[in-house]
Design a protein around this ligand. Structure first.
Ligand code: PMP
Length: 509
């Protein structure tokens, strides 16, 4: 449920932003020049609020154009550098960052000066994000995660060296840049004040550079008496205490092994550390239960908010605001991958059980045999494409196995989509023989390369394996072990009707 912000969205650059608003607040800032940045909605996390008996809100920073809060910072930094004439269109921006700032700068670059961006990103950075950076033309330099900020091989030292050695290059250091605090103190905090109508008990923020928490706390604490600000970092991170220890956490974008200079710790009332497992599993819960596509660090923040809420009296329904800083879409190979989460032991008990159930238990050791497939409708290689198309259309099949008419051995299959495409493109004729267009199980493919690897599906194949097979394929030709005889054709529909039959004790859908 969107709480607010739609009203903010309709304000344009020309509107009178100094006009007092009906809720008593006044927008004192100028609207940003790129209206797609900022003005992110605040929503209520309904499932979590009900569980914790508090009003748990989330500012959806992942709805910024590049998918993270860093668009605000990038915009502010570029505007400052441009106003001060410190950069020109040929300048290279050297960015030591966990990735999001480099993404934002690269995304904004064409609208500003077409700057070249070099991103120094830690080894823990996911492959998805690397691809994203590359697609934006960012040159990537990977840095070791263990290195302390002062060490020669750290992100910062390497970045400084590159910026000094390259002609016309400038170091963008969000860990020391006042713009990283000011943009949140002015823009983000003003939005929150307006959206929450000034009523807020607790603010929970993930910390890396400290820009967000310092900027927000500075403004919000001055306007909301009694507001508590909670900083969140990964287990083993040492932002809060500066003690150097292992940096081997997996959550990207929060935590560090030193205290950044822009972080004002006096504004932070409590620090909470969250493990990787709790962060990832909470992020997946937010996606599934709240329908908000957030990244792993948002999981850390919401987990911390829930833990903090345990210490609060529930009588007045305390209002807690979390900042969800980036989008889950940039984590398809990690956060969104069940396999990856399982491999790294990052699922909570309930999630691991649910995955095991969907992968194995719901099939209760059943195999393809139990699908009781009817005998397959097949076609000989000597039939014409026109005949094959007619047959598939009338019987509503999307594919047909091709059998040798003399010995009935399986040769391959034809597909409706492939045939119609070949016909439409003028490569195939209705009078062509099926053998010309079939996918052959027997010989090398047309280009003479090795024949594609086909997985063999037999009556003994467990249905759990068949289900995995259907994640990539639309149908399976069921054969014997040597793939000589065609025993039937299975589709996902057969699997679904089987499960339904079993659940309903024989009744169909
Ligand atoms: N979460 C995400 C997704 C981020 O990209 C960042 C910044 N790297 C943070 C949290 C921490 O914010 P800050 O740097 O302002 O402390």
């Amino acid at each position: 449920m969107a709480l607010v912000s739609q009203t903010l969205m309709v304000l344009s650059k020309d509107d009178d932003v100094n006009m007092p608003l009906s809720n008593g607040y006044q927008l004192t800032r100028e609207m940003p020049p790129l209206s797609t940045i900022g003005n992110t909605p605040i929503v209520r996390l309904s499932a979590a609020s009900n569980k914790a008996q508090v009003e748990l809100l989330a500012k959806t920073e992942f709805s910024n154009p590049s998918g993270s809060i860093k668009d605000r910072v990038a915009q502010r930094i570029l505007a400052g550098l441009e106003a001060a004439k410190k950069i020109k269109s040929t300048t290279t921006l050297v960015v030591p960052s966990s990735g999001n700032l480099a993404i934002s700068l690269a995304l904004l670059s064409p609208r500003h000066g077409q700057y070249k961006v070099i991103g120094l990103v830690p080894e823990r950075t996911s492959e998805d994000r690397i691809q994203l950076l590359k697609s934006l033309g960012v040159e990537i330099v990977r840095t070791p995660i263990e290195a302390h900020a002062d060490a020669a091989e750290s992100q910062f030292s390497i970045a400084k060296k590159i910026a000094t050695d390259l002609a016309d290059a400038i170091l963008i250091d969000e860990f020391a840049d006042a713009a990283n605090v000011e943009v949140h103190a002015q823009e983000t905090a003003e939005e929150i004040l307006f959206q929450c109508e000034g009523r807020l008990d607790v603010l929970v923020v993930g910390v890396e550079t400290g820009g967000t928490i310092t900027g927000l706390a500075k403004t919000l604490k001055s306007k909301i008496p009694g507001l508590k600000v909670v900083g969140v970092e990964p287990e083993h991170s040492s932002i809060q205490d500066g003690v150097n220890r292992s940096s081997a956490w997996k959550v990207e974008d929060i935590g560090g092994n030193f205290t950044p200079s822009i972080l004002n710790k006096t504004l932070v009332d409590a620090w909470i550390k969250v493990s990787d497992q709790e962060s990832y599993s909470t992020a997946r819960q937010i996606i599934r239960e709240e329908g908000l596509y957030c990244g792993p660090s948002s999981g850390s923040v919401v987990a911390a908010a829930l833990r903090y809420s345990e210490s609060l009296s529930k009588e007045t329904k305390p209002r807690i605001l979390t900042i969800l800083n980036d989008t889950g879409r940039n984590y398809s190979s990690t956060l969104l991958s069940d396999d990856w989460l399982l491999e790294h032991d990052l699922m909570d008990e309930a999630m691991a059980q649910s995955v095991a159930y969907h992968r194995h238990e719901k099939y209760r050791a059943a195999s393809v045999e139990e699908l009781q497939l009817p005998a397959a409708v097949t076609i000989p290689p000597t039939a014409t494409v026109g005949y094959a198309l007619d047959l598939m259309m009338t019987r509503e099949f999307s594919q047909l196995p091709v059998l040798n008419p003399t010995n009935r051995k399986l040769m391959g299959y034809i597909s409706l989509t492939a045939l119609t495409t070949h016909l439409e493109e003028g490569q195939a004729q209705e009078s062509d023989l099926v053998s010309k267009w079939m996918y052959s199980f027997l010989k090398k493919d047309k280009s003479g390369g090795p024949r594609p690897k086909y997985e063999t599906i037999t009556p003994m194949t467990p249905l759990s394996d068949l289900s995995k097979f259907f994640e990539k394929h639309s149908f399976a030709v069921v054969t014997d072990d040597e793939r000589r005889w065609c025993l039937g054709v299975a589709t996902k529909y057969d699997l679904m009707t089987f499960l339904n039959r079993r659940q309903t004790g024989g009744r169909s859908f």
